[in-house]
Design a protein around this ligand. Sequence first.
Ligand SMILES: *Cc1c(COP(=O)(O)O)cnc(C)c1O
Length: 389
Amino acid sequence: MIPSVLPTYSRAPLSFVKGEGAWLIEADGTRYLDLGAGIAVNVLGHAHPALVKALTDQAQALWHTSNLYQIPQQQALADKLVDATFADTVFFTNSGTEACELAVKMARKYWYDKGQKDRVDIITFSGSFHGRSAAGIAAAGSEKMVKGFGPLLGGFVHVDWADHEALTAAITDHTAAILIEPVQGEGGIRPLPDQCLKGLRDLCDEHGILLILDEVQCGMGRTGKLFAHEWSGITPDIMMVAKGIGGGFPLGAVLATEDAASGMTAGTHGSTYGGNPLGCAVGCAVMDIVSDRAFLAEVNRKAGLLRQKLEGLIASHPDVFESVRGTGMMLGIKCKAPNTEIVAAGYKNHVITVPAADNVIRLLPPLNLSDDDIAEAATRLDAAAASLS
Ligand SMILES: *Cc1c(COP(=O)(O)O)cnc(C)c1O
């Protein structure tokens, strides 16, 4: 008999009733160190007082109106994002994949309005992940995601990750945009070197095409800058954000320059819930903390500490682990033992990590975890690895 919850997930036998900072707690009181943060969502950990206050204050005042009316919390969050980034304008969604939908529509509309109606192709990369909507799966294009789902949304051109020649060859006068994650998440924590991101920007400028960055996973302080592309000094034309921006409340956004967004006039796009007062009240509280320089400096310091611990761990367990990769608090350990077994051994030692492609385990902890939490992470991962050797 089919379960009452559609069985599209293979879930771990863990169930939590409470969260405190970087810790998740089961009904019997067992505490797990959460190095997954709900897949890079809980950027400030669980039950952060400022977020709890923002949400409960807003819940007592007003939950939902509609985008038919002014929404001050949405305006405030858009202003914060515009102040802190390359963007001139923001549209709010509820998720990352909805942000992908709009990014694709925006890029196509841009060219349509410029009279270049055939410029509809979006170039994407192997190993990428852009969510599970029709545009998201067509963009990523992996067999695992698209098989059996009928005709795919057209207009996506897939190129191998980091194959500059193939990319250059793929650009035609039908190309509207290039869409890429500055650090691949699901694909196994693969950072695009800064030089390559710069090269991509140059290539886009040379051909006059749009650069869309998917910072759904790597954005919101995850790499130690507010957004990952800031490390390379370039800016995109359009950027997708979600996951961390709501700190656990479902929220996403598309950020764009005035030029890239020029086709998106009244009536061209919309959302019932996107930018709702609850989500945006929390989003404002997240932004106030995460965009702070001193906070980001601490993220970088702690990320260095965590990485150092992981290097030590690899040296002690060469039969289980191979190498560390990634950047900031977006770290991957390439494994020798099967990654799912290591994740399961972590559960037994009450530490949570997340598997990714390429036999990698991901560490995407709350950005504000403590130095003690980092020491505890090393101890527990060490015990997990020892149980496998
Ligand atoms: C998670 C993710 C998405 C999809 O976000 P949802 O909120 O699950 O729709 C898109 N892009 C990247 C890079 C992601 O990590």
